[in-house]
Design a protein. Structure first.
Length: 230
């Protein structure tokens, strides 16, 4: 008996790969989220310290803030509830603890909104005024319109975040390319459990504080010389 042909990948998977690609023209590569200052101060100096930095943020910030809000944003888009998306965007912006982190959220949001409109994604024009306020909102809108399952979308969002910051660390620490991949592999292995926990949170449990990130980002705003915008 002939073996069954392997199933073709879904278009939703291909769209997810597109959304998380480092080549997506939203300027992700220009941000380090405080890593540049942390390296200058000696907080991050090798594979271990970079891995700990990212793992701590994944476990205590993304899990309890970014990922559950992104899931709720997808639900708001699916329900065509612009008021709900606006409220979630305000909530997310309010938790960005420095001016440059808030600026990053909005700047990447504008770039994402412009891209989705240029791609003529259904409804992007009508939602543009909301999508341009937050990169997460734009991601959630595209993921929903393209039929990407919530679990997969959140995993992709977390991996994209980790990959961008590992790339920054490779340049800044510096780390070798192989060491960077070691960090990304280890942090990436934590993502499935992170997504599972994020989806279990009730509304009243959403929220996080990242003092080290806030300090690094605030000091980076006035760093004398820098390569990255945040």
């Amino acid at each position: 008996m002939a073996e069954a042909a392997p199933a073709a990948p879904s278009l939703a998977l291909v769209r997810l790969l597109y959304l998380v690609s480092p080549s997506l023209p939203v300027g992700a590569f220009t941000y380090s989220q405080g890593i540049e200052w942390a390296v200058e101060q000696g907080w991050l100096m090798d594979v271990g310290t970079v891995e700990n930095w990212l793992s701590d943020q994944l476990d205590n910030a993304l899990v309890r803030l970014d990922l559950p809000i992104a899931a709720r944003m997808m639900a708001a888009v699916a329900a065509a509830d612009q008021d709900a998306l606006a409220g979630l965007t305000d909530q997310l912006i309010a938790t960005r603890e420095t001016s440059e982190l808030r600026a990053e959220e909005r700047q990447r949001g504008r770039a994402m909104a412009d891209l989705l409109c240029a791609l003529e994604l259904t409804g992007a024009g009508a939602w543009r005024h909301l999508l341009m306020q937050s990169q997460t909102a734009g991601f959630a809108f595209a993921a929903t319109r393209w039929g990407i399952p919530v679990v997969d979308a959140l995993a992709g969002l977390a991996f994209s975040w980790a990959e961008n910051l590992v790339l920054a660390a490779v340049k800044l620490v510096p780390l070798g390319q192989t060491d960077g991949q070691r960090v990304l592999t280890r942090v990436g292995a934590r993502i499935p459990a992170a997504v599972e926990l994020a989806l279990e949170l009730d509304d009243e449990d959403i929220g996080a504080a990242s003092p080290a990130l806030a300090i690094a980002s605030a000091r980076h705003e006035r760093q004398y010389t820098r390569l990255f915008r945040s």
